[in-house]
Design a binder for this molecule. Structure first.
Ligand code: GDP
Ligand code: MN
Length: 378
């Protein structure tokens, strides 16, 4: 679960990481009132679950409450890379002397948390990693050993932070960030930029915070932070129905059984020149109710104009899935062409059932490639 900047900063503050004082606003009037309360220059920040807000114009400095109100009115409703701004964070503005970058995330390959620190912050970290990899200090933490004092020291020296005051503050923030990462069951805690003010104070100016969904049961306060309105409406519907669904940009609705098979299907659709409209995993089962619910979610996307079922029968038998599909199509009307590829256990029986009983807009194919070609041509 991704958190908004202000939510991540709240967790930072709880962990003892310095952040600026701010207020949440959902209207221009609230933004003005927040600026009045905070006093002095403020920064009006779009709260969206996507980066690069600054470049998109979603972050503006305001010298007066009137200006804050004007910026808020302009930023609210703005579309930042597909995310509509509904919330603003009004924060006391900071003077910036330097912008650093600090994060801790999971390195799945190493099976260890990975710290990254660079004095070249503020910009995209991918850019730093590509153009000047030597400027990026990377260090793994052994999860059993935990964070040791030398980790922080190694990071600051390798990143080339040479002011003793900054060294002290950054190593303290490294420790607190790791504390937050562990205590809140995070997958990512990123501070970009971690600024140094002209007075030499180090603090987190931004936050990117991702919490492990599977640990939310022990963080009810964080679970409550979820913004139900921010999700794609179809993803919300899918969550309610217990369907594993991710919205994509294309036109071909995809259903398969097993995440790996669905991923492969997306690749094959791409290979034959089509564009998948979604990722949807039916899971192990292929029962009619599951198929109905998945089809309801997929067909609620107006961009979809053809549907591909890619089923590999293992423990689930293809004839059962075929019956599930037929029952589902008996319960709901689907006008789009549907291509079904069945392979594996009882595939022949499944194909026979479909060929005999299926409506005219349903086509049966034997291989993944031929099914992908068929659905794209349709
Ligand atoms: P992002 O673009 O979504 O990563 O949003 P950030 O919160 O990182 O802000 C982007 C940039 O806006 C920062 O790198 C700063 O240069 C600038 N910025 C944000 N807050 C302040 C502030 O309080 N004072 C000043 N002077 N600049 C700020
Ligand atoms: Mn940032």
């Amino acid at each position: 679960m991704d958190l908004y900047e202000y939510q991540g900063k709240e967790l930072f503050a709880r962990a003892g990481i310095p952040v600026s004082e701010g207020r949440l606003a959902t209207t221009a009037e609230e933004a003005r009132a927040a600026a009045e309360e905070l006093g002095g220059q403020v920064v009006v920040k779009a709260q969206v679950l996507v980066g690069g807000r600054g470049k998109a114009g979603g972050i503006q400095l305001a010298d007066t409450p009137e200006q804050a109100e004007e910026h808020a009115a302009a930023i609210l409703g703005m579309d930042i890379r597909g995310h509509v701004v509904r919330r603003l964070w009004i924060e006391r503005a900071s003077d910036i002397a330097k912008e650093y970058y600090l994060s801790v995330t999971f390195d799945r390959g190493e099976k260890k948390p990975l710290f990254m620190l660079t004095t070249e912050g503020g910009v995209d970290i991918e850019e730093v990693a590509e153009k000047s990899p030597e400027a990026l200090a990377r260090l793994h933490v052994d999860p059993l050993e935990g964070l040791q004092p030398w980790h922080g020291r190694w990071l600051i020296f390798t990143a080339g932070i040479d002011s003793p005051s900054e060294q002290k503050q950054v190593t303290a923030i490294v420790e607190k960030l790791f504390g937050a990462f562990v205590d809140f069951d995070a997958m990512l805690c990123e501070i970009n930029p971690l600024i140094v003010t002209p007075d030499g104070e180090v603090k987190a100016l931004d936050s990117k915070f991702t919490v492990d969904d599977n640990a939310l049961y022990r963080h009810s306060d964080i679970a409550d932070m979820r913004d139900l309105e921010a999700a794609d409406p179809r993803e919300r519907l899918a969550r309610e129905k217990g369907v594993t669904y991710v919205k994509l940009d294309g036109e071909i609705g995809i259903l398969g059984n097993g995440a790996g098979l669905v991923m492969a299907t997306l690749d094959v659709i791409d290979q034959v020149g089509g564009r998948p409209a979604n990722f949807c995993d039916l899971g192990g089962g292929g029962d009619a109710q599951g198929v109905v619910e998945a089809l309801e979610v997929i067909t609620s996307d107006e961009q979809v104009n053809a549907i591909l079922f890619n089923i590999f029968g293992g423990i689930t038998r293809c004839d059962e899935v075929a019956r599930g599909i037929l029952t589902a199509l008996g319960q709901m009307e689907i006008r789009h062409p549907i291509v079904v590829r069945l392979d594996g256990t009882n595939a022949e029986e499944g194909r026979r059932l479909l060929t005999e009983a299926a409506p005219a807009n349903l086509y049966v194919e034997e291989t993944m490639l031929s099914a992908a070609e068929k659905v794209v041509s349709l």
